[in-house]
Structures are given as C-alpha cells and as structure tokens.
Write a protein that binds this ligand. Structure first.
Ligand code: NAD
Length: 503
C-alpha cells in the first residue's frame, strides 16, 4: 500500500494532511509526509468547553448503549487494520508487523470495554445500622485528557478512550507532535463510528488537540479536565503530575521504564534468547517495556551471551514497511545522539560494546538506522540508571538470585521485569513481596508485549498509573458511597447518642 492509498483509506484528505504549519517527518527516510494545522490557545479552550457539553449529554446514555459505540469502533478498526498499521509504521518507524500489533491492541481493548459496559459494578456493604443498606456506585468523571508518546501513537489513545467512553466520559487527546497523522486518522475512524451509532451520541465526544507540549500543558492546567492520563517520559510526568496535583485533579501517569530480565541456571535458554531478543531489539529499543538490562547466571553466561552477540550482528535492519525487516529506525537525530552519548559513557565505565553504530547512511542520509548495541558491564554503574530510548542492552553476570533481584530493582524506574527459570521456588520468589518491585513481573516471558486483559503500568518513577485491563476502568470514574435508611428511626453510626428530645 503506498502513502496515497493509506491516506485515502483513512480519510486523510489534502486539506487535513498538507495545509498546516506543523511538519510531519517520517523516520523511515526523513521525508516530509505532511503539514498539519495546530490548535491555538483559544481553540483549545473551546475544545475543552465543548467536551464538557458532550460529557453532560453522554453520561445520561446507559452504559451498555455506550458500549455499542465502542463495538462499532472496534469493527471499523478491524476493517482499517492494514491501513492504520501501515500509517503507524510510516509515521513512528516501527515495523509493519508491530504496527498491525498495535492496531490489534486497539481492537482487543474495544472488545474488553464492550463487556465492561455491562458491568461497571460497585459493592454492597453490610451496614451496622438496622434497616439500612450501604452501596458503592461508580459515576463518570467528565472530560478525560489523554497525552500520548510517539512510540505507541494509537494504542494508548484506544486503551484510554475505549474505557473512558463506556464509563460515560468524553475525551480530549493531545498526541505526540511527532505522530499527529495517526491521531487524525483515529479521529476519522471515531467519527465514522459515531455516524453508524446514531443521534444519541453528542458531537465532540472525542476530540484531538494538535500541538506541542504547550498545547498539552494548557489542557493539564485546566480544571475542567478532571483526569489527565499522560504517557511519556519521566521528565514530562514529573511536571504534569505536579501540575495536576496542584489543582487537585487526578492523574494517571505511564512513564519511562528500565526493564530487566534475569536468566537463571535452569532456564530454557532457547525461549530466554527469544524473549531477550524481541524485548531488546523490537521497536528499535523504543518501547517503554524494552528489555534494557539482563542478569545472566554465571553457569549459562558463556552459552547465552555469545548467541545474543551473534544474533545482534545478523538482525535485518531497514525500511520498516519491508516485511523481511525486524528493526526500523530511531525516531530522530536527537534519539541517535542520546544513544551515542550513553554508549560513550558505558565505554568510559569499562563496558565492552558490540554494535551501536549508525548504518544505511548512503541510502537514508536523513534517517537514523543503527545496529542494536549489546554492552557487557562488570559492575552496576550510574549510566544504567537512566532510560536511554534506543536499542542498548546492558549485560551483567550474577551468581546469587537475591543479589540479581536487588540489582534489578536498584534503578529509579519500576515498569516491567522478567525471570527465565524452571525452578518453581525461584519463580515464586521473583513474584513475591521480596521479589521484583515492578508493576509487571513475568516468568518465562520477556518484558515487552503485554496483553490488554491485565492492568498495565509501573511503580516508582514509572508513575504508578494503571491502564487497560483488570479494574483500571475505575480511574475514569468517581466512587460514590450511599447509605439508605428504610426504617422509621434515625440511628447514628458508631452508636452516638444525640438526644435533643427536651428541646
Ligand atoms: P515525551 O515525554 O517527550 O512526550 C510525550 C507527550 O508528552 C507528548 O505528547 C508531548 O507533547 C507531551 N508533553 C511533554 N511535556 C509536556 C508538558 N510539560 N505538559 C504537557 N504535555 C507534555 O515522550 P516521547 O519521547 O514521546 O516518548 C518516549 C517516552 O515515553 C519514554 O520515556 C517511554 O518509556 C515513555 N512511554 C511510556 C509508556 C508507558 O506506558 N509507561 C508507554 C509509551 C512510552
């Protein structure tokens, strides 16, 4: 499918794609693939106001009917999967298979949300007072602000939107300034679902703000947006989280990771190899869940690490839309510079490096293709504490599991982690209270590629937010506790006597 076909299938006409002031560059070859219009401050204000109006109408629509809209959205995504997956690939640089995978995640969360729309259940709680009932209700919140990163340009919107909409909210999305086209394509798909749904859905139920961080900040600071779901770097989350807290809003933060895999002596080395390789090299090391560190037991180190080094030299790198390619480009020159800086620091700290150099410069002088880097490190040093958003894998040897777990946990981030072992005691220790301190702790599965059914997110500087499956929907709702008295008395809680019969 060529670019024109992709745009046509996704309803991106010339007026949308080519008539604005924000240039869109494809990381695959550095070519300009669009120039989109940005929203100014007054427009953002009116988007927020319109979202409030839409919310007040939508919250009154029964939740299972709201689910119907998301069912339609999922169906259209199924039809547009190839086109949207291709655009994800073109705009963010991830390989086509991963672009398709990202759209599949959108479809999966729609299915999940449709089922959820017939649940959204609260509790009934035993009351201490006679002839009283205590219940918990979950109510919609209002406009949900979504800020997303370039590396999951569409799935993050869907994870939030599918749930927020069935919960009775409206949504406003500020996508990454590096990937506005996929956002505009999703907006078209949502608009199509609205038409099929019928007139009981308000206009402006889902809106997009195109702009840079200042546009996002305007939404973050606005009290009319009670929930901000922000995905991106820890540096961004530190600012956004503070600003939302200052106005007593609610934030859901999905920030940087520094994910590790432990390979125990009993591990099935074949699957450990696959898990590490996909986790470290996939998406050119630009996933929040990318495997950035491995701790390999001394007994299996000399078998596993040379195999990895060999594979690092063989991996097919190039145009992400070529189906034979496993690794596309870095997003831009800035990402390349940060990768080189991290490698220089690693070298200065005694790291032994394979790969990491820029390639394909003649074919793609304006794009940044690199060989993935594998760095054998002797000790735990400060350069491994930061998340460098590039394919760098730091490799360490260990002999004692407790020590490996401590070293794995000894970073500021706490997103994803894994152990490869066939020893049940080791697996249970890793997932115990004294094991991994991350939001995700897998056994015999790598760090990346989570399913939507589980709650996704991490601890410490990853931000503490959870989205997607399990009970993550509760973040988009407000909890209401209601006690109802069906007696003819008014007993007070805690047995308090408040006798005013003499008055
Ligand atoms: P980024 O922080 O540069 O930008 C993310 C988004 O935040 C963009 O839309 C940007 O415009 C906006 N933004 C930045 N500063 C802002 C501010 N002060 N106020 C409001 N909005 C602001 O991140 P990126 O380079 O696009 O993405 C890579 C990062 O995202 C990595 O750290 C990665 O680990 C993280 N990430 C985390 C998850 C997760 O679920 N934990 C998922 C994907 C990416």
């Amino acid at each position: 499918m060529d670019m024109k076909q992709i745009y046509r299938q996704l309803g991106l006409d010339d007026n949308t794609v080519n008539q604005g002031g924000m240039t869109v560059i494809s990381p695959t070859d550095g070519a300009v693939i669009g120039a989109v219009k940005t929203h100014n401050s007054a427009e953002i204000e009116s988007i927020i106001n319109n979202s409030q109006v839409a919310f007040k109408q939508w919250r009154d629509v029964p939740a299972p009917r709201r689910g119907e809209l998301i069912r339609l959205l999922g169906n259209i995504l199924r039809e547009k999967k190839e086109a949207l997956g291709s655009l994800v690939s073109l705009e963010s640089g991830k390989i086509y298979q991963e672009g398709l995978g990202e759209v599949q995640e959108m479809i999966d969360i729609c299915d999940f949300a449709v089922g959820l729309s017939r649940q959204l259940y609260g509790l009934t709680i035993a009351s201490e007072r006679p002839s009283h009932k205590m219940r918990e209700y979950w109510q919609p919140m209002g406009p949900i602000g979504i800020i997303s990163a370039f590396n999951f340009p569409v799935a993050v919107w869907a994870w939030n939107t599918a749930l927020a909409i069935v919960c009775g909210n409206s949504v406003i999305w500020k996508p990454s300034e590096k990937t506005p086209l996929t956002a505009l394509a999703c907006q078209n798909i949502f608009a199509q679902a609205l038409v099929e749904f019928g007139s009981d859905a308000p206009a402006n139920l889902s809106q997009v703000i195109i702009g840079d961080r200042a546009a996002g900040e305007q939404m973050v600071l606005n009290k009319k947006v009670p929930v901000i779901s922000a995905t991106g770097s820890t540096a961004m989350g530190r600012i956004v989280g503070t600003q939302v807290a200052q106005r007593f809003g609610r934030s859901l933060l999905e920030l940087g990771g520094n994910n590790a895999i432990i390979v125990a002596p009993s591990a099935d080395l074949s699957i450990a190899f696959q898990g590490i390789f996909f986790g470290a090299v996939g998406t050119c090391g630009q996933r929040c869940t990318t495997t950035r560190r491995i701790f390999v037991h001394a007994d299996v180190y000399d078998e596993l690490v040379p195999k990895l080094k060999h594979a690092y030299g063989q991996v097919k790198i190039g145009d992400p839309l070529d189906e034979n390619v496993l690794m596309g480009p870095l997003i831009d020159a800035d990402a390349f510079d940060k990768m080189q800086l991290a490698l220089t620091t690693a070298r200065q700290n005694g790291g032994d490096i394979v790969g990491g150099e820029r390639i394909l410069t003649e074919q793609y002088p304006e794009a940044y293709y690199v060989k993935p880097a594998l760095v054998e490190m002797q000790g735990s040093v400060d350069n491994i504490r930061e998340e460098t958003f590039a394919p760098i894998l730091y490799v360490f040897k260990y002999t004692d599991l407790d020590d490996a777990i401590n070293r794995q946990n000894d970073v500021p981030q706490g997103l994803s982690s894994a152990i490869f072992t066939r020893d049940v005691l080791e697996a249970e220790i890793f997932t115990s209270e004294s094991g991994s301190d991350c939001g995700i702790a897998n056994v015999n599965i790598g760090t990346s590629g989570a399913e939507i059914g589980g709650a996704f997110g991490g601890e410490k500087e990853t931000g503490g937010g959870r989205e997607s499956g399990s009970d993550a929907w509760k973040v988009y709702m407000r909890r209401m506790t209601s006690t109802l008295n069906y007696s003819k008395e008014l007993p007070l809680a805690q047995g308090i006597k408040f006798d005013f019969s003499s008055l």
